[in-house]
Ligand binder design. Structure first.
Ligand code: CUO
Length: 684
């Protein structure tokens, strides 16, 4: 069995910083545990805090119990969604915290661990009484989804050899372990396989599940955010490709053509003791018929749904399941379309428009064994925890995104009046990297960091054992923006900052038509503008897109007491782009990009609601927990639409409240230790 310590308690009980051990009623034990006695569960010995688990009338878990404990779990599979939905329902329905905890402890030892952690995390995020709870740190619970499988044998060896955790050395994960440079696509593996990026994606889908109780799924503009967040992933990936001399992502348009991009994940599943299946180069997709997974569909189904969705886009309306017309309106249309394409259970007509994007994931994930003759499970595309590792993820999502863009192309361009903020003029924009000699230069480099594996290992080391991995990092910088406000008195502005390519992959200046799809949001924040000249300074670490480094890597030693602020830092939701991936890698000689700043009228764009919601510091891609999306403009504004008549370059798009500044991103090819390395990180 897995280590039995995934339950992170609400902060109020102040147990979050300690190892805890659950005293459970006898009835809660599995048959195996009953034979062994309870002490087997407590691997922390005297150090652990005992918590008595209240005996309750256990809810019926027979439905989620249908999934084998050693099976892989995929939300893309309708059958698995059903099981997860049932378990979320159970968890949401527990009357109070004690009952919830009790049910969770029981479910933990009796159900499939992946299924459990998913449903438990969704419940933690959505129950009122667990608002301040710690989410289980997924990368530590299931390190096999993030790090090379070979590491676990090494971890076992290291912990057997060095019994004292303080003498253990971190196990280094080579930077290039999934492929060699013979494979062009490998040049951007550091992005696809980044721990923080994959954690962000998993968390995003936790916050916005497409199949769960209705009150959880129905969130403000969730379909639009599905579209926008994934569009931004693509824009970022494309900038990363340009940094490495690769062409932009090609849409996976033809499901019948061989897929040149192969992917060999080299991940192990510790639960099923299998390796994650690979997909060879030039694999051809097939119809899927896998009885054991209760999934059967033809590629033609996906094609039919695609055609119907395109038809809806071109006619400007969808047909609902009540057989009425629902217009794809200028502002709400994208949201409806998002729910149709993903699809989510609030799609207005699943029988007609199907489950296109999810089934695309499945068709690709099973392409190595479409009829289960080899008894192989799904590849990384079948799991939102791992999907972004695979180059084909971006090709599939580029296809999906193009349908959204097709819809946006049918909308009127923004008029100059819609873009302008009368009386407000941006005079200058500058970025200053800390300690840099010249303005408008950004610097990237490699950095190493450590992750505690001990929580997720299938054996029980005493104390921590760390994996050391290498990721991209940049030097922090500051935006300095000078703005003139010629209107009388104070006004509120909304600053929107984007970064985009200046040249395309052939070195030709970009046309607005193309460039707008590659604009990456860096930050968005309100400011007060006093009359006349204002200088705004804003640090890159404040970004509304990212979560801080500490929250991604959780550089905290949970065995020792932490100050309130330290706990605060990694507490609550992990949704948010990792700060270390805020800007693209650039190149050694310097990649030229364009920084775009726009200030709009905040009194027009702001959403009236309390601003102190939880998880509100990465709102651009994640929204604010329990509240509305904090910007009335369409997501991606002003780049979500084609340019007005006569606009063919970014420069000709500008109104007075906008500014572009050329910047260069220089990559310094060296590996640094993290600046804020926690010196106690190696103590167990
Ligand atoms: Cu996030 Cu396809 O939606 O993976």
């Amino acid at each position: 069995d897995r280590p039995s310590e995934p339950i992170f308690l609400p902060k109020e009980s102040d147990k979050g910083s300690k190892r805890v051990f659950f005293d459970v009623p006898n009835e809660y034990l599995t048959d195996r545990q009953k034979k062994l006695g309870t002490q087997v569960i407590n691997r922390f010995g005297e150090k652990a805090e005992h918590i008595n688990v209240r005996k309750i009338n256990l809810p019926d878990l027979s439905v989620p119990g249908q999934l084998d404990k050693r099976a892989q779990f995929s939300l893309f599979l309708p059958e698995h969604r059903k099981l997860a939905g049932r378990l979320i329902d159970v968890f949401m329905g527990m009357r109070n915290l004690d009952d919830f905890l009790s049910a969770a402890v029981y479910a933990r030892s009796h159900l499939n661990p992946y299924l459990f952690v998913y449903a438990y995390s969704v419940a933690l995020l959505h129950r009122d009484d667990t608002r301040n709870a710690h989410l289980p740190p997924l990368a530590e619970l299931f390190p096999e989804k993030y790090v090379n499988g070979a590491l676990f044998a090494r971890a076992r060896e290291e912990t057997n050899m060095a019994l004292d955790p303080q003498q253990r050395v971190p196990l280094e994960i080579p930077k290039d372990y999934t492929a060699s440079d013979l494979e062009e696509e490998h040049k951007v593996a550091y992005f696809r396989e980044d721990l923080g990026i994959n954690l962000h994606h998993w968390h995003w889908h936790l916050v916005y599940p497409f199949d769960a109780p209705l009150n959880i799924v129905r969130k403000d503009r969730r379909g639009e955010l599905f579209s926008y967040m994934h569009q931004q992933i693509l824009a970022r990936y494309n900038l990363e490709r340009f940094s490495n001399g690769l062409q932009r992502v090609k849409r996976l348009l033809n499901l019948r053509e061989p897929i040149p991009e192969g992917y060999f994940p080299k991940l192990d599943s510790l639960v099923s003791s299998r390796v994650w299946p690979a997909r060879a180069s030039n694999t051809v997709l097939s119809d899927i018929a896998r009885e054991g997974d209760q999934i059967q569909f033809d590629l033609q189904d996906i094609e039919r749904w695609r055609d119907r969705i395109y038809e809806a886009v071109h006619t400007g309306a969808v047909v609902t399941d009540k057989n009425t017309r629902l217009n794809l309106t200028e502002f709400g249309g994208i949201d409806v379309l998002g729910n149709i394409i993903e699809s989510s259970i609030i799609s207005p007509n699943r029988p007609l428009y199907g489950d296109m994007h999810n089934f695309g994931h499945i068709a690709i994930a099973f392409s190595h064994d479409p009829d289960n003759r080899h008894l192989e499970s799904f590849g990384v595309m079948g799991d939102s925890t791992t999907a972004m590792r695979d180059p084909v993820f971006y090709r599939w999502h580029a296809f999906v995104d193009d349908i959204f863009q097709e819809h946006k192309r049918t909308l009127p361009a923004y008029s100059q009046q819609q873009l302008d903020f009368p009386g407000v003029q941006v005079r200058s924009v500058e970025v200053m990297t800390t300690n840099a000699r010249r303005p408008n230069e950004l610097f990237t480099f490699w950095q190493q960091n450590d992750m505690d594996l001990s929580r997720g290992l299938d054996f029980t080391p005493r104390g921590s054992v760390f994996a050391r991995f290498t990721h991209l990092q940049h030097r922090p910088f500051t935006y300095r923006i000078t703005v003139e406000n010629n209107a009388p008195g104070q006004r509120e502005g909304y600053v929107r900052i984007f970064l985009g390519p200046k040249f395309d992959e052939r070195g030709v200046p970009m046309l607005f038509r193309d460039q707008r799809n590659f604009m990456v949001e860096l930050d968005k924040f309100p400011i007060n503008l006093s009359q006349r000249t204002n200088t705004i300074e804003r640090r890159s670490t404040m970004s509304s897109v990212t979560i801080p480094f500490e929250r991604t890597f959780r550089n905290l030693d949970l065995n020792r007491p932490q100050s309130g602020t330290q706990l605060e830092q990694f507490n609550f939701c992990g949704c948010g782009w990792p700060q270390h991936m805020l800007i693209p890698k650039g190149s050694v000689s310097g990649l030229q990009l364009q920084l775009f700043v726009m200030i709009t009228d905040y009194s027009r764009d702001k959403v009236e609601q309390p601003l102190d919601g939880m998880c509100n510091d990465a709102a651009s891609y994640c929204g604010v927990r329990g509240q509305r999306y904090p910007d009335k403009q369409p997501m991606g504004f002003p780049f979500d639409r084609t340019g007005r008549q006569g606009v063919d370059t970014l420069r000709s798009f500008l109104t007075r409240n906008m500014f572009i500044q050329d910047v260069t991103v220089k990559f310094q090819d060296r590996i640094e230790a993290p600046a804020n390395r926690n010196v106690t990180a190696f103590q167990g």
